[in-house]
Design a protein around this ligand. Sequence first.
Ligand code: HEM
Length: 415
Amino acid sequence: MIVPWLNDSGQTQCVLADRGDVLISQMTHFAQEWDPRSPEVQRDQVAAFDDMRRRQPVAWSDLLGWTFFRHADVVRALLDTDTFSSEVSRHLSVPGGMDPPRHTKYRRLINPYFSPARMAEFEPVCREVARDLLEVLRDREDVEFTSEVTLPFAVAVQSRFLGWPREIESEIARWIRRSQRATREQDRTVLSQVAGEFEEIIHRLLDARVSAPDGRDLTASLMREQIEDRPLTREELTSILRTWTAGEIGTVSASVGILIHFLRNRPELCEILRSQTQKIEEASDEILRLHGPLVMSRRVTTREVEVCGRVILAGQRVSLNWISANRDEEVFADAHEFRFGRDPGKNLLYGIGIHACPGAPMARLEMRVFLEEWLNSGIEWELDPEEAPVNAFFPDSGFSKLPLILHASEPMLRS
Ligand code: HEM
């Protein structure tokens, strides 16, 4: 039986499932009320989730168990960690699959890696990656933006952040594409292979640092960390690095594609962001509120609980739908419109509570730097009239293909 395993970002579903993952939840059968993989949902996930939130805000599917679509119910589950546990799988997932007090210790260890000082130090590297990718586009008339820009950008940034060699970047990009295809096609043999391949890549990178223990890069520094007066185990290190790469590269890549797709025919907004760069971060959070890059995160109930009139027994799987919660009309006025000046506390893009994204400063840095470089590159862009964008398939969001037509003019400015 394939039991889906999702990381915090819901991006590597089934990869580990096929390696024997067992959910710690009761397998209860209810009448299926929706199917996240149905063609109707896949045609337009955002619209389908809007529809579910209005019609059936807490709904059962065989694949995910209970899904919460309303902002209020998602927030309730995020804040009530006693009732909604993150220990959804017997596979180690540091720290996403942990509850307090264990979770707290690992978060203390991870948080400093995304401090303002580290982000400031990393910004020039991130900018160089964006500039190199965009420079090549200046001579092009068209581009498949996902495979040629957003994925290589996300891979290169993450890989350089961790201090990995450049040769590994194309290997990781290939791995992500293979993993996404295998997840889509539900090919168990390939799923099992790709899971093993990723661990092999990480082990190779760790082995290289065992033989050079004084290394100054971030991976070497993680290897020197202590938890409860002992070094992190190989399994813990692999789990941390898997979340920071396999999990989040897909989310960052989807986010950049969503931003560029949204801005394609909004010249006034582009002009505001060009002239007032301090507004880029707010704009990016708002665009990604409208079209979330992350579909869902999982929890499991520890006791019986009533949510939105539905009784959920103890030990049941729960999926928190970020895309829907962030478009809830009960919380956001004109919820489906872009607006400056919204209450940032209500936007669930990076989660809330103890599991709120530790990598948010890095993700925001990536969005800001990419948009600054893109908007000042002088490249004009539009959708390809002959080839429509292809929506990503659940559990991914954004666009699996984003063909664009490019018109190059002079770069606006360069700092
Ligand atoms: C646009 C990009 C990103 C988005 C939208 C995003 C969103 C989120 C969300 C919503 C959560 C909470 C999950 C939950 O409550 O179950 C989360 C957790 C997490 N994210 Fe991100 N994330 C992004 C990028 C990153 C990056 C770049 C990293 C690291 C390099 C990262 C590392 C993590 C980790 C380790 C967790 C688990 C935290 C915990 O359980 O305490 N994320 N992310």
